[in-house]
Design a protein around this ligand. Structure first.
Ligand code: GLU
Length: 502
């Protein structure tokens, strides 16, 4: 069998949302599983809807997710260029070729003529369709004589190239996920293949590219299923071998109905995009998984299971395991409901399982933002101490900022609970006792326990004021560890400050 080649083919008409990333991921997994190639092609024929930065965004997303293509605009490859706007000459060759067949014709209809036809249909409560019923009476090369056509071309009359959809043909189709089905082509219109400006439309460029780039499997979103008959017919028109198709289920809103959209994310406060972005043209922006402190591995794992499950229903899989297990035939037919809480769960599981050193770079990013100097040994200790309590790396800061910032105020409620009449004296005695101690966890632990026993007033009476002094609140990890990390000078300073305030 020839080498498996798949492509991810986004259009830079907007920023890639998580559905698009999942399409890239399934392409990647399938390619890797079969020792094939994963290709990134930029489908930018629709220049009017071009969004600045959207192409670079795709490259950055794939890098962040660890899904790097073998061939792309950036990497190059044997089938370059990988940006459709740079492939005009290739399309030109195939436009000439398809015009020699029965499958395509020139359409000279002006926008005004078409508008009129639409308006007339609307008046009759219908929708105008440029199809087999009307095409023979319109301003195109099917109706005009060869001389008339020649004249129009010589005069420079603009024309589009349209596909001549076969009338009443039952077309058998096949999809890896959906199986076999057939469709009556009469219901389709004669799609434009080449616009009046000479630019091919998505359908034409997409099929020409898939063929010339030797794509063996087209794995893409369900929204493209409606284009499948036209694409299969285009292969037929050229006499090319048809690749295999797999149309992936939609990612649905958390409620389960309708496609997940940016608005759902805004409404419920979860990201719908992998990375945060800002659209300079219209001022819109969005949050992203990366900026919300998700680990890329957790994000990718979560996405992989939106529409596919491995045979043993295992939920935590490394990219390598996903590659081994992935099977397009096991991708679900029905939509996958997005669950923002489950996304957090994945991140939590990854943080739990990760070595502190793996989390260090992410955490140091957070520290940098806070202008906190990096101290690898200290940072690693705090990560291992707090990682079990958090869903996100940035929450390590929320739970442990007192390690760097001395409490300036104390939580009022906790103060009321912790500070009793004799607290001042307890603090005073502790300060004296700690002064002569070695500040390691074990010594501190033993000293505090002896102190509680001798003092006879109960654990809480000693520990709670101590915790208030160190943390500013009644929370945080074990006190001896906190004190060891803070060190003697800082710990005593914090005790003295509380002493002076009560
Ligand atoms: N350019 C299309 C998109 O933006 C690609 C569809 C396909 O993969 O054929 O999704």
């Amino acid at each position: 069998m020839s080498e498996i080649r798949v492509r991810f083919a986004p259009s830079p008409t907007g920023f890639l949302h998580i559905g698009g990333v999942r399409t890239a991921l399934y392409n990647y997994l399938f390619a890797k599983k079969h020792n094939g190639k994963f290709i990134l092609r930029i489908e930018d024929t629709d220049q009017a809807r071009f969004v600045e930065g959207a192409e670079q965004y795709v490259e950055e997303v794939l890098k962040w997710c660890g899904l790097e293509p073998e061939e792309s605009v950036e990497k190059g490859g044997d089938f370059a260029p990988y940006r459709q706007s740079e492939r005009k000459e290739i399309y030109q060759k195939y436009i000439t070729e398809i015009l020699k067949t029965e499958y395509a014709y020139l359409a000279f209809d002006t926008p005004e003529e078409l508008e009129k036809l639409r308006a007339v249909a609307e008046e009759q409560g219908k929708v105008f369709s440029y199809n087999h019923e009307v095409r023979n009476s319109l301003n195109n090369s099917l109706r005009l004589s060869p001389q008339e056509v020649e004249e129009k071309i010589c005069e420079g009359t603009p024309y589009a190239v349209r596909f001549k959809m076969p009338e009443q043909r039952i077309l058998p189709l096949q999809d890896i996920i959906r199986g076999k089905f057939s469709i009556d082509t009469s219901g389709f219109d004669d799609k434009v293949l080449v616009k009046t400006d000479g630019m091919p439309t998505y359908h034409f460029a997409n099929v020409v590219d898939d063929h010339t780039m030797k794509i063996t499997h087209v794995i893409r979103g369900e929204e493209w299923l409606a284009s499948l008959p036209l694409h299969v017919l285009l292969y037929e028109a050229f006499g090319w071998e048809v690749p295999q198709f797999a149309h992936l289920p939609l990612i649905l809103k958390p409620e389960g109905k309708g496609k997940l959209s940016k608005r759902d994310g805004d409404k419920f406060g979860f990201p719908v995009f992998p990375l945060a972005w800002q659209n300079k043209q219209d001022g819109t922006s969005s949050i992203g998984y990366r900026e919300e402190s998700y680990l890329p591995q957790a994000f990718v794992n979560m996405l992989a299971l939106l529409g596919w499950s491995p045979s043993d229903n295992k939920e935590i899989l490394s990219l390598e395991e996903m590659i081994q297990e992935f099977d397009l035939e096991k991708v679900h037919k029905s939509g996958a409901r997005f669950n923002p809480e489950k996304a957090k769960w994945f991140n939590h599981e990854y943080i739990l399982a990760a070595e502190p050193t793996e989390l260090l770079p992410f955490f140091q990013e957070v520290l940098k933002e806070k202008n906190i100097p990096i101290d690898e040994v200290k940072d690693l200790r705090i990560i291992s101490l707090l990682k079990e309590r958090v869903n996100f790396v940035k929450e390590i800061w929320d739970n442990g900022s007192f390690f760097w910032i001395r409490p300036l105020e104390y939580n009022e409620k906790s103060m009321k609970k912790a500070i009793k009449e004799d607290s001042k004296e307890v603090i005073n005695q502790l300060i004296t006792g700690f002064e002569s101690l070695n500040f390691d966890e074990k010594t501190l632990h033993d000293y505090i326990h002896d102190f509680v026993e001798k003092n006879g007033s109960g654990f809480g009476k000693v520990m709670q004021p101590l915790r208030i002094a160190l943390v500013g609140d009644l929370k945080g990890p074990d006190i001896p560890i906190i004190m060891e990390i803070l060190g003697k000078d800082e710990s005593l300073e914090r005790l003295k400050i509380l002493y002076s305030k009560i």
